[in-house]
Write a protein that binds this ligand. Structure first.
Ligand SMILES: [Zn+2]
Length: 216
């Protein structure tokens, strides 16, 4: 775990003890970017090694990665499982879409057909709310797949399997290992204790590009 966390910090996937203006406009001291994980081979390798040790796989036959988000990681995990389960499949979803408050995740017909009647585990990057996971679960079920579990790199919102209505939901990085809830709080700028203490913002979301950039 230490190596994984160190790699996360070195490669911009994990920022702790900082002062950040988040995508929502709220302020916080911590940030996790799944895209940095997918873009860094050493991090993909470290995360996949931890994932294949999780109980959630059980008898899963198909691993689902979400388009534009976790396909690289899901592919690597599926590859690492080849030795003892050569028929395992890695299925790619379409990128998520928003439909009002709901997230919709769908599959191309080729992939959809491979989900029918299969036991499926999905891989997500960060769960802040349950909406994206719920979209993935609905998408798999629409194709006739049985969701036996889900894996998330960071369960920021402490979402539970019960909440999602699936048997298992496991997190690669436990929140407790990276400062717990206290580190991961966020506030509107007028209620931000870091602003109140006069600590300058260190990171903001670049509106054009959609990722964090240092303020100086
Ligand atoms: Zn602030």
């Amino acid at each position: 775990m230490e190596r994984l966390l160190r790699l996360c910090r070195e490669n911009g996937a994990l920022i702790l003890d900082s002062h950040i203006c988040l995508r929502s406009g709220r302020h916080g001291s911590a940030f996790f970017d799944g895209r940095a994980v997918m873009a860094t081979p050493a991090l993909l390798e470290a995360a996949s090694m931890r994932i294949i040790g999780l109980d959630v796989f059980g008898q899963a036959e198909v691993i689902v990665g979400r388009g534009n988000a976790t396909v690289e990681l899901a592919t690597l995990v599926a590859q690492r499982h080849l030795d003892f389960m050569p028929s395992r499949l890695m299925i790619r979803s379409q990128p998520r879409r928003k439909q009002g408050e709901r997230v919709v995740v769908s599959f191309e017909p080729f992939h959809a057909a491979k989900l029918r009647g299969q036991r499926v585990v999905f891989v997500e990057d960060v769960a802040t709310t349950s909406t994206t996971c719920e979209g993935v679960i609905r998408g798999i079920r629409r194709c006739g797949g049985e969701v036996t579990g889900g894996i998330v790199i960071l369960n920021r919102g402490e979402i539970t399997a019960e909440q999602l209505g699936i048997p298992e939901f496991e997190s690669v990085i436990p929140l407790a290992e990276i400062g717990g809830e206290e580190q991961w709080q966020s506030w509107t700028s007028d209620k931000c204790p870091l602003c109140a203490a006069g600590q300058p913002l260190e990171w903001v979301v670049d509106d054009q590009r959609g990722f964090l950039v240092p303020t100086k």
